[in-house]
Design a protein around this ligand. Structure first.
Ligand code: CDT
Length: 310
């Protein structure tokens, strides 16, 4: 049986603060339709795909914060996306801000199967930024204020003939994320990102360096775990704040095989042969033969780096 997944990375251009969920969902459906025309199996949408990147705004009124969150999924606004995907028989991954019935807030991604049913959920573990207004930054990044760290680890799912995992934006910079997924035999990692084009704490770190760090993280994660990796940007200028592009599909050898050309709504497609993950998994990254867990204790027993006294 062929294990080729035709994947569409559905990059979102900017979403302005005033743009309604309905208008955004219409844009996502337009990309979904184009992916269906091309006979894609899976469409990967970005992180917080339904709104502007609201953690850049400092808010103190909880009602104002909660207006950016979804209490139900599908919600009234997103139901048309679920229905259209089901009609096409296409699976999708969607990122959104989740408010749970018992009042917890997460930066979440879901995987929805071809039948429109929820296959899996992931909640972002590595939350970047800060929790209070920081006047020293050129702009704010308040994910630590608005979200709790994910509480369900790094699950993977058997789906579409393969093993699929998800992570979200900043997670891609952490080898721990990739290895947790790799240790479960992941064959395709889907993620979305909202990455400012400039470092708010280092003005001379601009788009070129940010793009380099993004590629480095994606390519290393894919290669070192012999997995396909699909990274989908939200990008362009949102209310004066530039987000970098760089939507890409990376093969299990760490090579970028397809990349976006714009900072707008754009589809990037590739036929991902899941069997191409076998070689790496059975040779240089055959974890069972080569990993030496007796030397890895620090990875789960400490957070801060502790250099020797002298
Ligand atoms: N959305 C997200 O996680 N963005 C971060 C920005 C880091 S700067 C605080 C990223 O890692 O791309």
């Amino acid at each position: 049986m062929s294990r080729i997944l035709r994947v569409a990375a559905a990059q979102s251009g900017p979403i302005q603060r005033a743009e309604s969920r309905q208008a955004v969902v219409a844009r996502l459906i337009e990309m979904l339709d184009r992916a269906a025309e091309k006979k894609c199996d899976l469409v990967v949408f970005t992180e917080l795909a339904l709104t502007t990147f609201f953690p850049r705004w400092y808010m103190t009124d909880q009602a104002e914060v909660d207006a950016w969150f979804e209490r139900d999924m599908p919600s009234l606004a997103t139901r048309p996306l679920f229905e259209r995907a089901q009609k096409h028989g296409i699976a999708f991954k969607l990122g959104y801000a989740e408010l749970t019935p018992d009042g917890h807030r997460f930066n979440t991604a879901i995987l929805v199967g071809r039948d429109g049913k929820l296959l899996g959920k992931y909640r972002k573990v590595h939350l970047p930024g800060h929790g209070e207004f920081d006047p020293a930054r050129s702009f704010q990044h308040l994910e630590k204020r608005y979200f709790e760290p994910g509480d369900i680890g790094f699950p993977v799912w058997r789906a579409m003939g393969g093993v699929i995992g998800m992570c979200i934006c900043n997670d891609r910079r952490w080898p721990e994320t990739w290895r947790m997924l790799g240790l479960q035999g992941v064959e395709l990692v889907a993620l979305g990102f909202n990455t400012p084009s400039v470092n708010s704490q280092k003005a001379d770190e601009g788009p070129a360096q940010r793009a380099f760090q993004h590629r480095l993280s994606m390519q290393a994660g894919a290669y070192q775990n012999a997995t396909w990796a699909v990274a989908v940007a939200k990008c362009g200028v949102e209310d004066g704040h530039p987000l970098m592009g760089g939507t890409m599909i990376v093969d299990p050898n760490g090579e970028i095989v397809a990349e976006a050309q714009t900072e707008d709504d754009e589809l990037v497609m590739w036929d991902c042969d899941l069997d191409a993950t076998r070689f790496g998994k059975e040779t240089v990254f055959d974890f069972a033969r080569h990993r030496r867990i007796e030397h890895y204790g620090r990875i789960t027993s400490q957070t801060a780096a502790t250099p020797p006294d002298k």
